[in-house]
Design a protein around this ligand. Sequence first.
Ligand code: ZN
Ligand code: ZN
Length: 167
Amino acid sequence: MANFIGMKENQESLDTVKKIFTEYLEGKGHRKTPERYTILKEIYATEGHFDIETLYIRMKNNKYRVSRATLYNTIELLLDCNLVTKHQFGNNCAQFERSFKFRQHDHFICLANGEVMEFYDARVNEIKDFVEKELKVKITHHSLTFYGICENHQAEKKSAPAIKEKK
Ligand SMILES: [Zn+2]
Ligand SMILES: [Zn+2]
């Protein structure tokens, strides 16, 4: 959904993200094709998490001419320059999200329908600092995901008829 309040900031973010991507492509000697920038733009217009197949279908429906191969290849590049983060939430289908400037967070997965929720807790950073000190290591990233049953699905189990969850 469009968020008009955040639009100006989004535009600034997108410009910076494009710059980072350009520098990366040039540095690595990859071609700067318009398709790659279209994919970048589309991903940064996406809130939350997505899988490649859904992104592919959405781009196709929006009449973008992007092949599956280009999409997969571009995602690999975006992962490599840290503009996209990959999550493997316990199922087979990898999920992705934009990562530039977006607040660090971790995830909860509802086992009833695979719904992803996000939370932020500063203590995760404290744990990171502790581990770095304790093991004398340098941490580059982490992955923390909780699994369980969300509030709506807990209610569903207790009371019939089932409550329809908002999409
Ligand atoms: Zn997330
Ligand atoms: Zn749920």
